[in-house]
Design a protein around this ligand. Sequence first.
Ligand code: ADP
Ligand code: MG
Length: 276
Amino acid sequence: MTSPATSARTPGPGAAETENILEVEHISKSFGAVVALRDVNLTLRRGEVLGLVGDNGAGKSTLCKIICGFHRPDSGRILLDGKEVHLRSVEDARRHGIDTVYQDLALVPQLPIYSNLFLGREPTFGGPLRLLARHKMRAQAKAYLDSIKVHIPDIDAEVERLSGGQRQAIAVARATRQQVKVLLLDEPLAAMGARESALIIDLVKGLAAAGQSMIVIDHNYTHLFELCDRLAVLQNGVIAFDRLVSETSLEEMTEYMVSEYRRQVETGRVNGPAQP
Ligand SMILES: Nc1ncnc2c1ncn2[C@@H]1O[C@H](COP(=O)(O)OP(=O)(O)O)[C@@H](O)[C@H]1O
Ligand SMILES: [Mg+2]
């Protein structure tokens, strides 16, 4: 969780910083007959860690993919630093300072760790200078991983030799190696053991402490309460709950989700448990 000191960072001299780094306004998105998002409004404050939760199919990944430039919304707009942006691709969003770590990581398993850290942003040296670039990339990769406390013994190892948690750490490191305005993490802890989850949680906490604005999608409320400043629930394509972690509790959140589930079963929106 971000300490009050970091979340209330004062802007540098002359910097006219808006309170919200990201604003999503009236975003809707359908895939054929499936309405994934209906008129979604969401803000991310500067230096804030926002947890996004919701059932499978609620639209979390779709929202994430719209913010990172992968999908175009049917309607609505995105403001970054108070200015409207039209994100044309993932690359375009990256240039604007929005980066994502997907569940299906965009790493190249056959390449060494250090190359993966520079994926898509390799220093451009040609001809005989390639060797130098490689040397430089290795050194920078090592220094960066050390700085975020990701300790991987062999930077030359191919990514395919790493555990799931280590790969996730490399994917997060790739996204944050260059300063980003908004970092999106879509289920960074999915299918991970306790030790690997701890590695990622520590990494995310370190980024949060450094003031990184982030949206984290996860199913585990305990993790989210540990990591986030605010929680939003996406339900059937609508933001149904949006509260500061300091103003809610694990109990209230669980209670809310259970009563919502019951209400949906009663109104026939979802099927209850199968009858024997
Ligand atoms: N590319 C796609 N094509 C068709 N339907 C999709 C696509 N992506 C998502 N959907 C549908 O949109 C809804 C929201 O999905 P998603 O955003 O992946 O939910 P979540 O990440 O919350 O589980 C689901 O009904 C899903 O099947
Ligand atoms: Mg998803």
